[in-house]
Design a protein around this ligand. Structure first.
Ligand code: F6R
Length: 602
């Protein structure tokens, strides 16, 4: 949802900004731009519609030089992707340029006010008001002025500002949208996300809400909204830059699919080395649990409900965060909200969690990005240990969310006395062999590629599953929709006869997730129903059942794992299927149209 980057130091600034923007492109790719203060102290702004490569082509031959600047890659909210609406935006007197991630909610009122004072607007964005406001409110210096302006802004934002009046500093301000400060030697950075500047530094400071930073090449000073100076120690990130590279894979999505044996191993050991998480000592205080999340994280929550109700014996309601927030659910101090979010920045999820806290509930979050807003706002946090996920379609973080939910349920069950130590050890054993099962399942890649090739031109897909694997069907359909733009629906297989079966004919591929579990026979009957209507059956199973083989037009055999863990293995062929269909169709797999990785607007 827009990425921002900034640099001050002795390097040539343009390549630093462009590299940073390329690493942030997953956050939005409608248009991009940079602003720098050149060697003669002038403000230069360059923008282009499209991706960072379009901006790079636009910059070709311009030979812009300078050592301080800011950059932006946009996911359009207010106004279509045009050069006028692209960031950076500037003040009327050409002294100030800024980049913004988020939404200024009271921009209409601020804009009308500024227009009445003679300001002219060249874009339809909410952002431009900030640039004019800084000019209008100018008071001695940039910091003092930004402190004044920040008090007038409503909404969520991360902003980076440069000014020709103080050409040696970047002022950054944050409320609700992510922003980190990278600390170098004789150079400093701002960025929406760590990988943007990881090739230059591994030391970072997270700017908190309602904080303002003044950054020069040799100093970083942080202030609260009242202008009081704050102390903040940097933290060190021990990732190397390869986390932000494709490492030989054609796309980040494919790399991330293949990283799952490792991300699961890391997430399991991360969980098991943090068993002293205080949430486990407090579980008896709660009599109900709401899981709130969006998109893929919501699907993980649907699986989590099965495990939590089974092992932890607490009733669970799973809801889209955007729906939950505007319903009057009975929330009190006996309610535990389990908020699941890869980014930890999704506005719908964060605000639903914060609202619930105000009603007395406690919030436990499952988050991948350490230090993200949701992780800091929660009462308890469980991390997935996946490293950065750059492909817009979530893959490795989904399976890591699943494993964390499973561990939460079984360890919580142990703590509450519903599971014996022996049963817990048994589950640990099943978990220890899971990464190998994932590796073996990924060996079906070539077969899945063939299936993808065969069905790439189909207009609609149906995904069916039951029980624990009904959410797998939903997630398989979501993956296909978002990266190949093929219409797909996920459905509980037993529900099909109540309506959707009417869709099935000889042109409809039906992906059937059929693990050999206690409802296998029922699933087999549902597959018979599909076949009887001439549907094309593509089966994902761990079974050697000969009837199933006869019914299947295509079959992918996943490794056998404990049936409780089957959703973690069964999703892999579906991730690969959507990946290969999308690549055969020539779609932009890592940056599908209209989407952004981190959705910081409601
Ligand atoms: C789908 C996808 C999205 C996200 C959703 C929530 O592949 O990535 O549906 O799952 O936007 O994002 P987080 O988990 O960051 O809250």
């Amino acid at each position: 949802m827009c990425g921002i980057v900034g640099y001050v130091g002795s390097r040539e600034v343009v390549p630093v900004l462009i590299h940073g923007l390329m690493r942030l492109e997953y956050r939005g790719y409608d248009s991009a731009g940079i602003a720098i203060i050149d060697e003669t102290g002038n403000l230069i702004i360059e923008k282009a519609v499209g991706k960072i490569k379009d901006l790079t082509e636009h910059l070709w031959g311009k030979n812009i030089k300078g050592h301080i600047g800011i950059g932006h890659t946009r996911w359009a909210t207010h106004g279509p992707p045009t050069v006028e609406n692209a960031h950076p935006h500037k003040s009327r007197d050409n002294s100030i340029a800024l980049v913004h991630n988020g939404i200024v909610e009271n921009y209409v009122q601020l804009k009308e006010d500024l227009i009445s004072k003679g300001y002219k607007f060249s874009s339809q964005t909410d952002t431009e008001v900030i640039a004019h406001l800084i000019e209008e409110e100018w008071d001695e210096n940039l910091l003092k002025t930004v402190l004044k302006v920040a008090k007038k802004l409503k909404g969520a934002y991360a902003v980076g500002i440069i000014s020709t009046k103080e050409p040696d500093k970047i002022v950054a301000l944050r409320k609700g949208s992510p922003l980190v400060i990278g600390i170098g030697e004789g150079e400093n950075f701002i960025a929406s996300d760590i990988p943007a500047v990881l090739e230059y530094t591994n030391k970072f400071i997270t700017l908190n809400d309602d904080e303002i930073a003044v950054i020069t090449k040799d100093s970083v000073d942080i202030y609260n909204i009242d202008g009081e100076k704050l102390e903040r120690e940097p933290f060190t990130v021990n990732w190397d830059i390869s986390v932000a590279e494709k490492e030989g894979y054609k796309h980040f999505m494919l790399k991330e699919i293949h990283q799952q044996p490792k991300s699961l191993t890391d997430t399991i050991s991360g969980f098991l080395s943090n068993l002293d998480n205080p949430v486990f000592d407090n579980l008896n205080k709660f009599n109900k649990l709401y899981i709130i999340a969006c998109g893929t994280s919501f699907h993980a929550g649907l699986v989590g409900k099965f495990w939590i109700e089974k092992f932890l014996k607490i009733p669970v309601i799973v809801d889209y965060a955007s729906e939950f927030r505007y319903r009057e659910s009975p929330i009190d101090e006996k309610t535990l909200i389990l908020a699941i979010s890869q980014s930890g920045e999704t506005a719908d999820t964060r605000f639903a969690a914060i609202d619930s806290q105000k009603k007395g509930a406690k919030v436990l979050s499952i988050v991948n990005v350490v230090g993200s807003s949701l992780s800091r706002e929660s009462d308890y946090v469980l991390y997935t240990y996946c490293g950065p996920e750059i492909g817009v379609a979530a893959t490795k973080t989904y399976t890591a969310q699943l494993i964390t939910l499973f561990l939460f349920a079984v360890y919580g069950g142990l703590k509450r006395g519903f599971i014996s130590q022996r049963e817990f050890e048994d589950f640990r054993h099943h978990l220890s062999i899971l990464p190998k099962a994932i590796e073996e399942t990924l060996k079906w890649e070539d077969k899945i590629k063939d299936i993808a090739y065969k069905y790439q031109n189909v207009k609609d897909f149906l995904f069916l599953g039951r029980g624990l694997n009904y959410p797998t069907a939903l997630e398989g359909a979501l993956k296909l929709k978002e990266i190949s733009y093929i219409h797909a629906e996920g459905y509980p297989a037993g529900e099909m006869k109540h309506g959707p079966i009417a869709l099935i004919d000889e042109n409809m591929p039906v992906v059937c997730i059929a693990p050999e579990d206690e409802i296998f026979e029922k699933m087999l009957s549902n597959i018979q129903e599909v076949k009887a209507r001439k549907g094309i059956v593509i089966t994902v199973t761990d079974s050697d059942n000969s009837e199933l083989e006869k019914l299947s037009d295509e079959i992918v055999k996943v490794e056998k794992v404990s049936s409780q863990l089957s959703p973690i293995v069964n999703i892999l062929p579906l991730q690969l299927l959507s990946y290969y269909i999308a690549t055969f169709l020539g779609k932009d797999v890592d940056q599908p149209r209209n989407l952004a990785k981190t959705v910081t607007v409601e």
